[in-house]
Design a protein around this ligand. Structure first.
Ligand SMILES: NC(=O)c1ccc[n+]([C@@H]2O[C@H](COP(=O)([O-])OP(=O)(O)OC[C@H]3O[C@@H](n4cnc5c(N)ncnc54)[C@H](O)[C@@H]3O)[C@@H](O)[C@H]2O)c1
Length: 323
């Protein structure tokens, strides 16, 4: 882009797993990026590679409090939120606040600047679904007082806020309903299935599978997800769009796959299934295909290999190329 046309994006949660990949991608696409993060679950190290890039600025701020910025802003991409079940169980009120007050504040910023607003929503809005696969028209099955409610209901409120600002103020808004995504820069101890299994396999420790391990997930590699987010940002479409993959894998199969790829001798042990753990999650991707012409292309094994390599480097205490 010529300098007169350079656009500025605010990425909240930019020092987190997805946010840091998004910041990198936007900078590579010619955007100036302001990463806003309070580092509650993220790490400055995730954006270290961008630190000296003139197109990148980093601001430590809790977006549940209002944010005023000088100068133009063309897009606000709201990714700030604890996202793993152990994080939002640890931070229940902060999670509710960032999904509700944080979304309200960031919509306010986007409105004041005439910017596009993109919300990182989640497949958790479908709760423990009774419809498979889940199309965007499905309203979900969420327990409003269960242990996951602080996250699920906050994201549902975030979507409602986003649509209200779109309808009331005519704002350009986007809602990405993100399904399970994995890749380098997931926090090693964030408790999600992939990091859990990887840490256990690489340490030759017992691999803990919940229930009988027959519950399924579909896992999308981070680069594919970010491509989908960028396409959504550029699309003229304000209803929610699912982003993920349709390749389902049981948790037991995933544990075994990771064990094999790590060359590990870990045994697999079974633990009681956590309350409200969804049995199955699989996106209906018709909208993503037709509106964004998007589909994930990275195979599970190839994504896992890149993630294993990142984890190995982190465990060895070194800096990964990806870190
Ligand atoms: N990774 C996934 O599989 C997945 C799936 C669905 C939705 N999402 C959504 O994507 C977003 C990013 O998830 P992630 O996996 O990268 O998680 P993450 O924990 O790695 O990143 C979240 C980032 O938000 C920051 N943050 C949290 N609260 C904040 C606040 N009040 N103010 C400023 N910064 C704050 C954290 O410090 C962290 O850097 C989240 O909104 C999450 O709900 C992720």
């Amino acid at each position: 882009m010529a300098s007169a046309e350079v656009k500025r994006a605010v990425v909240t949660g930019g020092a987190g797993f997805l946010g840091s990949h998004l910041c990198e991608r936007l900078v590579a696409d010619g955007w100036r990026v302001i990463c806003v993060d309070n580092l509650v679950t993220g790490a400055a190290q995730n954006v270290r590679a961008l630190e000296h890039n003139k197109a990148f600025e980093s601001l430590q701020h809790n977006v549940s409090e209002p944010l005023y910025l000088d100068g133009p802003v063309h897009a606000v991409l709201h990714f700030a939120s604890p996202a793993s079940p152990i994080d939002y169980a640890d931070l229940p009120i902060a999670t509710l606040k960032v999904g509700t007050l944080g979304t309200h504040n960031m919509l306010g910023l986007a409105r004041a600047k005439g910017a596009i607003f993109l919300l990182a929503s989640t497949s958790e809005v479908y709760g423990d679904p009774t419809v498979h696969p889940q199309p965007e028209t499905y309203w979900g099955n969420v327990n409003p007082i269960g242990p996951r409610a602080v996250y699920d209901e906050a994201k549902r409120a975030a979507e409602a806020f986003t649509m209200a600002y779109h309808r009331t103020h005519g704002m350009k808004t986007r809602i990405a309903r993100i399904f399970n995504t994995f890749g380098p820069r997931m926090r090693l101890n964030d408790g999600r299935a992939v990091p859990n299994f990887l840490l256990q396999a690489l340490g030759n420790q017992p691999m803990t599978v919940y229930g009988d391990g027959s519950q399924t997930r579909s896992l999308c590699y981070v680069d594919d997800l970010i491509e989908g987010v960028v396409r959504l940002l550029n699309a003229d479409y304000s209803d929610p769009i699912n982003l993920g993959t349709t390749d389902e894998i049981t948790m037991l199969e995933l544990a075994k796959r990771i064990r094999d790829l790590c060359g590990s001798s870990s045994e697999i042990v079974f633990l009681p299934i956590p309350e409200d753990d969804p049995r199955q999650r699989r996106p209906d991707l018709m909208r993503a295909r037709t509106i964004l012409d998007w589909e994930a292309t990275t195979s599970l094994d190839s994504g896992l290999k890149k993630t294993i390599s990142y984890f190995k480097t982190r465990l060895a205490g070194g800096k990964s190329k990806a870190s």
